[in-house]
Design a protein around this ligand. Structure first.
Ligand SMILES: *Cc1c(COP(=O)(O)O)cnc(C)c1O
Length: 381
């Protein structure tokens, strides 16, 4: 379908319901489907494997990522797990040293037990990936921008390395969203999303997704999706389809507010370091300009000389921003990665990549910017 992003966000995968003409995709709240004779059905047999509301969502997600096939999961971690199930004992994975805490946990605490080896490298340097590739390497798993220090990885350059060595290449595109970045166009084989974040956009659903172009890869992933069953129900699929209809409007507002917050905080006397890829001084700025359409709504700050207690006090003193895990919803959130989202990563490991006790991550929402800036002013004051 040759339509542009906003049109796809509203229409892709959806048409008026053939039985009633309902314009919005109905919530097909059914586990099973009538068969005229054994094996003679309308394409739906049992909702673990396929459901019409979920299918509309999967087709929409695929279209937004310029991919052929989409699969929705009951969480981002269920989507990640399904990719890892392609691996066998002895296989090796090269991934980032600055990952979402839950990804680090499933790699080290779950899949290492099945004989899979993970190498954690600085993915902002494609050479660090290339030099770790061995005949046992089966998967490269990259997050960009990273969480919470917003490091950038050059998807196209890593895609070249993956292609030359025949290694599967997956990108966790949660922080950028398909509005800002489309990894399949840049050489990735699989895009993973925590749909919970920007795609759902309203902090009311937990969901994950995978998008890919290769039919054989889709068939393999679909096998584990159906065999293991981490698939979402129709109600959540409906909510996400609804959320996606404003993805382009929300992302534009997140980027605008993100820029204003970053510029406001940049010269604030309480701030020691600020991470936002839109600054020319950000180490990944040029990569961001090359592969992203804007710089997103995530900003991280390190408070100058602040103890853990000082940092907790600041984090708890916001009135418009809410102290909570997660990101990407319409409401602004404050997160303390060291004890919240990254609490499952050992201190030495997280501090090496900058996740220090006085770092605060901000998910800039789409409220009025004047109220957000005034709240930052009072909380930091
Ligand atoms: C939240 C998140 C995940 C995990 O997704 P869930 O929907 O919470 O299971 C994975 N990667 C990133 C970057 C995330 O922010």
């Amino acid at each position: 379908m040759g339509y542009k992003f906003a049109t796809k966000a509203i229409h892709a995968g959806q048409q008026a319901d053939p039985t009633t003409g309902a314009v919005m995709t109905p919530i097909y709240q059914t586990s099973t489907y009538q068969q005229a004779a054994p094996g003679n059905h309308k394409g739906y047999e049992y909702s673990r494997g396929t459901n019409p509301t979920r299918k509309a969502l999967e087709d929409c997600l695929a279209a937004l990522e310029n991919g052929k096939y989409g699969l929705a999961f009951s969480s981002g971690m269920a989507a990640t797990e399904t990719v890892l199930k392609l691996l066998r004992p002895g296989d090796e994975v090269i991934t980032g040293d600055d990952l979402y805490g839950g990804s680090y946990r499933i790699f080290t605490k779950v899949f290492e037990h099945y004989g899979i080896k993970f190498h954690f490298v600085d993915t902002s340097e494609p050479d660090r990936i290339a030099e770790k590739i061995s005949p046992a390497t089966r998967l490269i798993w990259v997050e960009t921008p990273t969480n919470p220090t917003l490091k950038l990885a050059d998807i196209e350059a890593i895609g070249q390395v993956a292609k030359h060595t025949g290694v599967l290449f997956a990108v966790d595109n949660t922080f950028a969203s398909p509005y800002l970045q489309n990894p399949l166009d840049l050489g990735a084989d699989i895009v993973m999303h925590s749909v919970t974040k920007y795609i759902g956009g309203h902090s009311d659903v937990v969901m994950g997704a995978l998008v890919m172009n290769d039919k054989a890869l889709y068939d393999q992933l679909f096998f584990y999706y159906n065999a293991c069953g981490g698939t979402p129900g129709p109600q959540d699929s409906f909510l996400v389809l609804r959320g996606i209809k404003t993805l382009h409007l929300r992302m534009k507002a997140h980027c605008e507010n993100g820029r204003r917050v970053a510029e406001y905080l940049k010269d604030h006397p309480r701030i020691e370091t600020i991470y936002w890829p839109g600054f020319e001084t950000h180490p990944g700025h040029n990569i961001a300009r090359k592969q992203m359409r804007d710089f997103g709504g995530m900003v991280s700050i390190v408070l100058k000389g602040a103890s853990l207690e000082d940092t907790f006090n600041v984090a708890a003193s916001f009135k418009v921003f809410t102290l909570a895990e997660s990101l990407g919803g319409v409401e602004s959130l404050i997160n303390h990665p060291a004890t919240m989202t990254h609490g499952s990563i050992p201190r030495e490991v997280r501090e090496k990549v900058g996740v220090v006790d006085n770092l605060i991550r901000i998910s800039v929402g789409v409220e009025d910017i004047d109220d957000l800036l005034a709240d930052l002013e009072q909380a930091l004051g």
